[in-house]
Design a protein around this ligand. Structure first.
Ligand code: TRP
Ligand code: ZN
Length: 849
């Protein structure tokens, strides 16, 4: 049971642990509800260390404890234990009993479908044994697992194995959050890799027998990641084996445990028949992400959890570079910015706003956020843009050389850039300490061949940042002539003042500016764009990101007029998209992105931003009307584009084929508005890959003609959990707003709704939140259903419950009636007895907005 009054932890209170941990030996005797863990830990007092000996421990039954062989009786609390210890090096031995079978929180050692697995980040190791469970305590682990399972895995290299027993030794000092153990009846898809230095590495992807045909792609992604990190960052792998395990019950995507990555099966298993192109791309990125953590996270780790962005921001940045190299860089960039604006900007504008490096928390699990991850990656992208590619490479070399084996801070990270470049990064550091999204106002003038851009930056004061100061903003700008040709190539302006002007001399005429190219900083651009300029940029911008963004702006403005006053869709937008779709020189994937509309959530944000109260039903209707208008306006192209971009070769999940399927998929959605599902039905019947199958199914459901297709899909895939997750989610996401909550509720009564499985829970309840107008149904049915299920899930799995509470973070945007209904839902959850610390923190922050 947890504290009644949760404690707040502050960055400023950081104190090092008073002891070094020389070595850790663990022996596990695996029994589902009574696993024994014996720990032998060598502690060495630090010369000037704090002598307060405290070991974390939660939900542990202490069987015995001794120091240097003499039995001791520690003082035990709900959080851990204290004990009198000698003032010299000593051996701590303890045996505890734990209950993996009863562990539904999926943190610590737990069971998933008969297999044992662990999740220790951030603070799960304390549920396995008593230990200084903090990232700045590094040690060398030797682990013996005794159990009847054919496969027994832990970190590092295998050193011994016998019947029903295996021993692993990890030579690299690591914090406890990187510990992992797996035991089960698993089979491996195996391969090998030879590092640049000639080290031979065995690679294994461990899965349940029936999943062996879904491993090839993940394995290839792993090998590509290993090669890429050698080539681009000069980083090699450092053990003889690299194991990945797929687990069905997992709270997040995956975890970078040293030498033994554990993956949510949805983040690694894929075959053409069962996974979409988007799934393949995501899997490739997550495999890369976890692999890249071996250097950015494991070899160099975090001093404390406030420094989480040190490993996560950097590793997200690295995996985005990888994807850009493997696939299309502009398409990756546009996708990332769509995601950043939807999730991170929303976080920044609401009650959950926090800096990239937070300064306090109650439950660290609640800070694995879009701000820490995605904005954290943007900050690194800006740093690279400011210092240049060469200096970035040098700084990273210095980072790895100087800090290998250490637990570091953002100060350490910035110092390597300062030492490499001689720059003072004091002001840049505000990107780590100030919460909120800066707004960048732009004004321009033209006189005697000189074009002047004047920028004014502002950051709204918030609870997290009451007195914001100007930040360093890299603004990539190019200038176009009236004929659409570039008259000034992209250049990065470095803004440091609150207001600052930049001049471009020697121009023949007034140029059209293309500002914030490639989304060079995570800011909101505010500019009164002259009539026709966005249409011009949509037609001519040489920067693919800004060209796309011009189209997006036109779409948004037109949709907002439609929402507000029932206007007709903007012909300039429709014509611009027509030209883009007709242009066969453009990458199909890029054209597919151009066809997508801002989401309902984006439109709600935009309206709120302009001081208005978003009406979810009006937003939904306007998008429907816009899609109809697009379908009509593009009618002459649809059949041609659809036919021309069909893939006739064998399925491959590469960028080229995926791009064609993305385009034909977007076109099919528009065609369905005209033929009421005829083409979709044909594609559904004939599709041999999941991308086209599920794409067609979505069209049919949207057109109200999905009943039979849904039934046949279910009959075909009932035994495949990952595919069935799609089946559940699709019905809720594609439901008409007035039926979304009802559909979700009906699905929660389906026999296969295993709500304790996070993927399945999210497939229904997470999908409800994605159906914006459905979740915000005026009668409150969406709020009530989500609240009911969060109340039910919280005692079982606090971490997933708390994450899903963010569905309510935007509640102050809506009308008073909806706010009252949401308040009722929030209060009902908050009034639940014994609500977890995770959920309490999230809901308290949200409720007090
Ligand atoms: N470190 C993991 C990653 O980003 C994230 C993660 C996986 C995680 N499982 C977790 C974070 C559980 C908190 C709790 O790669
Ligand atoms: Zn990560």
């Amino acid at each position: 049971m947890r504290d009644a009054a949760p404690k707040t932890i502050y960055l400023k209170d950081y104190q090092p642990f008073g002891y070094d941990v020389e070595s850790v030996e663990l022996v596990f005797d695996l029994v589902p509800n009574a696993t024994r863990v014996r720990a032998s830990i060598r502690f060495v007092p630090k010369p000037e260390g704090d002598r307060n000996f405290f070991l974390h421990g939660e939900d542990l039954k202490l069987i015995s404890a001794s120091i240097d062989g003499t039995s001791v009786s520690p003082t035990i609390s709900a959080e851990g234990l204290t004990c009198d210890v000698p003032d010299k090096p000593f051996l701590w031995e303890a045996e505890v009993e734990i209950d993996p079978q009863g562990n539904t929180a999926l943190e610590g050692l737990y069971m998933s479908n008969g297999m044992y697995c662990t999740q220790c980040e951030a603070e799960g190791f304390r549920k396995i044994t008593y230990y200084p469970d903090r990232p700045d305590v590094l040690s060398i682990f030797t682990v013996t697992i005794n159990g009847p399972h054919p496969v027994l895995l832990s970190n590092g290299n295998p050193t011994a194995s016998a019947h029903h027993s295996a021993t692993w030794h990890d030579p690299w000092p690591k914090p406890a959050y990187l510990f992992a153990l797996v035991a089960g009846d698993l089979v491996a898809h195996s391969d090998s890799f030879v590092t640049r230095a000639g080290r031979h590495v065995d690679l294994n992807l461990w899965v349940r027998k029936g999943d062996l045909h879904k491993c090839a792609f993940g394995m290839q992604a792993l090998k590509d990641s290993m090669r890429w990190d050698e080539k681009v960052y000069g980083r090699e792998y450092d053990l003889d084996v690299f194991n990945i395990v797929a687990v069905d019950d997992f709270n997040m995507g995956a975890m970078e445990n040293k030498g033994l990555n554990i993956f949510n099966s949805s983040a690694v298993l894929a075959s053409p028949e069962t996974a979409t192109d988007a799934n393949f791309e995501r899997i490739e990125a997550i495999i890369a992400h976890e692999y890249f953590h071996n250097w950015t996270g494991n070899r160099i780790t975090c001093r404390d959890w406030f420094q989480l962005c040190l490993k996560e921001g950097l590793t997200v940045f690295r995996d985005s570079q990888f994807t850009s190299d493997m696939r299309s860089a502009p398409v990756k960039r546009i996708g990332d910015v769509i995601d950043l604006r939807a999730r991170q900007f929303a976080e920044d504008q609401g009650p959950l706003a926090h800096p990239v490096r937070p300064e306090s928390f109650q439950e660290i699990n609640n800070f694995y956020t879009a701000t820490v991850y995605e904005k954290g990656a943007e900050v690194i992208a800006m740093l690279k843009r400011l210092v240049g590619d060469d200096a970035y490479a040098q700084a990273l070399d210095l980072y790895f050389e100087r800090h290998d084996g250490q637990a570091c801070t953002i100060e350490d990270w910035l110092k390597v850039f300062e030492d490499t470049t001689g720059r003072d990064l004091t002001q840049f550091k505000r990107w780590y300490s100030q919460a909120g999204t800066p707004r960048l106002k732009v004004e321009d003038s033209f006189e005697n061949g000189t074009y002047t851009l004047t920028f004014t930056q502002s950051l709204a004061p918030s609870k997290a940042t009451p007195e914001p100061a100007p930040q360093v903003i890299p603004i990539a700008v190019g200038l176009l002539g009236v004929d659409g040709r570039e008259v000034r190539a992209t250049q990065v302006l470095e803004m440091t003042e609150a207001t600052q002007s930049f001049r471009f001399d020697g121009l023949d005429g007034r140029p059209v500016p293309s500002i914030l190219r490639g989304f060079s900083a995570p800011v909101i651009l505010e500019r009164a764009v002259p009539e026709g300029e966005n249409a011009f940029l949509l037609a001519h911008d040489t920067d693919p990101f800004n060209r796309w963004d011009a189209g997006r702006t036109l779409a948004r403005q037109s949709l907002i007029a439609m929402i507000r006053e029932g206007a007709k869709s903007d012909p300039a937008y429709l014509d611009g998209i027509h030209a883009v779709l007709a242009d066969d020189t453009l990458d199909p994937a890029y054209r597919a992105l151009m066809l997508s509309l801002p989401s309902q959530g984006d439109l709600a944000t935009a309206l709120y931003d302009m001081g208005e109260t978003p009406d979810p039903d009006a937003i939904w209707r306007a998008r429907q009307n816009m899609q109809k208008a697009l379908a009509a306006h593009l009618a002459d192209l649809l059949t041609h584009v659809f036919g021309r971009h069909q893939v006739h070769e064998d399925y491959a999940p590469d960028a080229e084929q995926a791009g064609k399927r993305a385009l034909t998929g977007a076109v099919l959605a528009l065609k369905t508005r005209r033929d009421l599902g005829a083409a979709a039905q044909v594609q559904f019947n004939n599709a041999s890959n999941m991308t086209q199958k599920i794409g067609a199914l979505a069209c049919l459901v949207r057109a109200g003609r999905g009943r039979e297709a849904l039934a046949s899909f279910e009959a075909q895939w009932r035994d495949d959990r990952l595919v069935m997750d799609k089946w559940f989610a699709l019905q809720v996401i594609e439901a008409n707003p007035d039926q979304a909550a009802g559909t979700a509720e009906r699905l929660t009564r389906h026999t296969d709704f295993n709500w304790k499985n996070p993927n399945r829970f999210r497939a229904v309840l997470g999908a409800l939140v994605m159906n914006h107008a459905g979740f915000h149904a005026a009668d409150g049915s969406g709020y009530r259903l989500l609240a009911d299920w969060l109340i039910r899930l919280d005692p079982v799995n606090p971490q997933t419950t708390a994450r899903m509470c963010s569905a309510f973070q935007t509640w102050r945007r809506y009308d008073t009636r909806r706010q009252a209904l949401i308040a009722e839902a929030l209060d009902r959850i908050l009034a639940t007895p014994d609500l977890s610390r995770d959920t309490t923190e999230m809901l308290t922050r949200i409720r007090n907005a």
